[in-house]
Design a protein around this ligand. Structure first.
Ligand SMILES: NC(=O)c1ccc[n+]([C@@H]2O[C@H](COP(=O)([O-])OP(=O)(O)OC[C@H]3O[C@@H](n4cnc5c(N)ncnc54)[C@H](OP(=O)(O)O)[C@@H]3O)[C@@H](O)[C@H]2O)c1
Length: 289
């Protein structure tokens, strides 16, 4: 039995959809999910997928949620660093107690100890716990979600400029759906060839190149302006972003500026059997009207 946590979230739900597609209707009963609010997953239950209640903040819910599960897809939570680390700790402890054999974890491309990104610190702590768990591991180190590009550029299609604390740093982008496709493949694979998969696009780009891509698709001149981490944090807070998230996003872009996302790997193709889309294709898909 395979269980996906966080199936009411965007990524978790898409992982379930890819697993369901690959398993087919006769085998979908091998699939279970755990969510904080089972009522919101009634559509999955109607399709024969077992819906369990599981909340990483309430460890008592997790023993039942993970009972009888062989493969667990552990979708990382959101929230401030320390609460994430504690939530993931509870989930890993429950998986261990339940005898889960394989854990597939949605990590982050940057987990380096000298990273300015607090997301890196949270995922690094969880990866260390996973290594100590004794389960077979497929750690999916995800690059930046392409889905966030529209939010990242804000009103640039109208104003002609967007601001970030990414300096001249380079990154690649994949959509949640693409991450989900590769994650589902890792969950189903008979034999894992390695423990760490880096899910990246085919090439990295700086945000001037992103701006140029947007200009091409929109037909309007758009430019990127680098700003300081502090200024970007304040700008996000000014738009109503919670303080912890504004800080975490700004220091994540500082990690981009520091070159932490300037890496590409063949792991997406290795898992899915096809190459990841180019940035031009992704921008076309997201922004063409
Ligand atoms: N690489 C990137 O660029 C990037 C960007 C954004 C986020 N992320 C990471 O990817 C994850 C999934 O992204 P998303 O877009 O799908 O986020 P989302 O739609 O906001 O979903 C948040 C997820 O966190 C789960 N969660 C929160 N608190 C929980 C708790 N106490 N116990 C169990 N699960 C809990 C939710 O589970 P329920 O289904 O029970 O609600 C849900 O699956 C995020 O949580 C974050 O760790 C990565």
């Amino acid at each position: 039995m395979i269980l996906v946590t966080g199936a009411n979230g965007h990524l978790g739900r898409q992982i379930v959809e890819h697993l369901a597609l690959r398993l087919g209707s006769s085998a979908v009963t091998r699939l279970a999910v755990s969510v904080r609010d089972p009522a919101k997953a009634h559509d999955l239950a109607e399709r024969g997928i077992e819906v369990r209640h599981g909340d990483f903040d309430r460890p008592g819910t997790l023993n039942r949620a993970f009972a009888g599960i062989e493969r667990l897809v552990l979708v990382s939570t959101d929230g401030p660093k320390d609460s994430r680390i504690a939530q993931h700790h509870n989930a890993i402890a429950a998986a261990k107690a339940a005898g889960v054999k394989r854990i597939v974890y949605t990590s982050f491309l940057d987990v380096s100890p000298d990273s300015p990104a607090e997301f890196a610190a949270a995922h690094r702590a969880t990866e260390a716990e996973l290594h100590a768990s004794g389960a077979a591991l497929a750690i999916m180190r995800n690059t930046l979600y392409a889905d966030y590009l529209p939010m990242t550029i804000g009103g640039a299609l109208e104003s002609g400029v967007f601001y970030l604390s990414a300096g001249g740093g380079r990154a690649s982008f994949l959509s949640r759906d693409e991450m989900a496709r590769a994650t589902a493949a890792a969950a189903l694979k008979e034999q894992l060839e390695k423990e760490i998969y880096e899910l990246t696009g085919p090439a990295t780009h700086d945000y001037h190149e992103v701006a140029a891509g947007l200009s091409r698709v929109s037909g309007k001149p758009i430019r990127y302006q680098a700003i300081s981490e502090n200024d970007y944090t304040q700008a996000l807070e000014g738009h109503g972003v919670p303080a912890w998230m504004a800080r975490a996003l700004a220091n994540m872009y500082s990690a981009v500026a520091a070159g932490k996302f300037d890496r590409v790997s063949g792991d997406y193709a290795r898992l899915t059997g096809h190459a990841p889309p180019s940035l031009a294709h992704t921008i076309e898909h997201l922004f063409a009207r």
